[in-house]
Structures are given as structure tokens and as C-alpha cells.
Design a protein around this ligand. Sequence first.
Ligand SMILES: [Fe+2]
Ligand SMILES: [Fe+2]
Length: 227
Amino acid sequence: MTISITRRAPAALGGSGSILMRQRRDHARLDTMMNRWLAGGADEELDVLWQDIVRMVFSHAFAEETVLWPVLRRVAPHGEELTGRVEEEHQAISDLVARVEKSPDDPRRAEWIQQAFTLIRQDIRDEEDELLPHLRDAFSDRRLRRIGAAWETVRATAPTRPHPGVPRRPPGNAVRGVPLSVLDRLRDLAPVSGPVARRASLVAFIAAGGAGVIFRVVRATRRHGRD
Ligand SMILES: [Fe+2]
Ligand SMILES: [Fe+2]
């Protein structure tokens, strides 16, 4: 029987740098942000908060699909079924958020955002209660910290917006997702004024570095999964 990671002591989850603690911290941060959005406020403030939530959700999920779920499929009984379920959740969140982003003036926008929050909360529960405990069972603390570092590295260069047409599994998600990550991060930078050349070189740096990092991590994850 799996034990949820939600209330376990950090030491039992491999310490602060482990993938389990990194996931739990992100989930808690997301939960706080969603509650703040639901509490209401000025339109402008809620828009900024919504964009922060979107950036966090999609970079977090991309790194899961790239680093975590391939490993989990190798070590967990029914790993295919478990990861298939969260990939469906990620797809549904992506579809819904893409709809919100495409229709900023639709009167159903707030309703769609709340539906997205319900799906995100379901995804968090499935991960903490059912998927992530398998990583605890399968790996040493040291390995959990290495997986945590790989996940964090991919997250730092992952797409930050919904892309419902991108495959949910590597290598297809990395092949299609990395160039989109560049565009997303360019859009994230848009409000910042500055010389165009400087911004372009930053984007080129992210593109080159991000692609290299993601493909290296995908390769390493495959190799380690066979240890
Ligand atoms: Fe997660
Ligand atoms: Fe997720």
C-alpha cells in the first residue's frame, strides 16, 4: 500500500532537495495562489496572479512529463496506467487554460478558471497520494535528490504556457516544447522594456541552453531508469 507524501516528515522524503519535497512545496505554493485568486480583488491584481499560476503550472507539469513519469513507468506497478491518468489531467488543464487565454472577454472566463483550479487540485492529490509515493519506495534519498535536481533544471527552461497540441511524452514533448518555451519566455519578457538586441540574445541563449539541457536530462533519465 502506498503512503501519501502529504504529511510525511521531510527527512522521510529524502530531505529538502528531493523531488518529493520540491513537488510538495510547489503544490503548496499553487494552492495558496489559487486561494488568493478565489478570494477576489482588483481585476489587474487577479490577472497578474492568474499569469503567475499559469507559468508555474505549465513549467511544473512539463518537467514532470519529461523527467518524472518516464522513471515512474519503469519502477511502479501499473505505472503506465497511473501516469496515463495524470497526463490526461494535464491535457484537460492545458485545453481549459488555452480556452481562457484565447477568450479574455468571455463571460465564462471566471468559471473556466475555477474549473482549471479543480483539475489542478485533483492532479495534486493524485500525485501526492498515488504516484509520488512509488518514487519513495523505489529510490534512495540520494537518488531522490538527483531526480529533484534534474526536474528543477528542466523546469527552469520549460514552456510556461498551455500548448494542447504538444505530445505529453518524451521525446515528442521536448522536440515540440523546447522551441515553444522560447516563444513563451519571450512573451513573459514582453512587458520589460530594453534594447531589442539584448532581449534577442537572451532568448537565443535560453533556446540553445534549454534544448541542450532538456535533451541531456531526457537521455540521462532513460539511462538511470535502466540501472
Ligand atoms: Fe506536481
Ligand atoms: Fe501534475
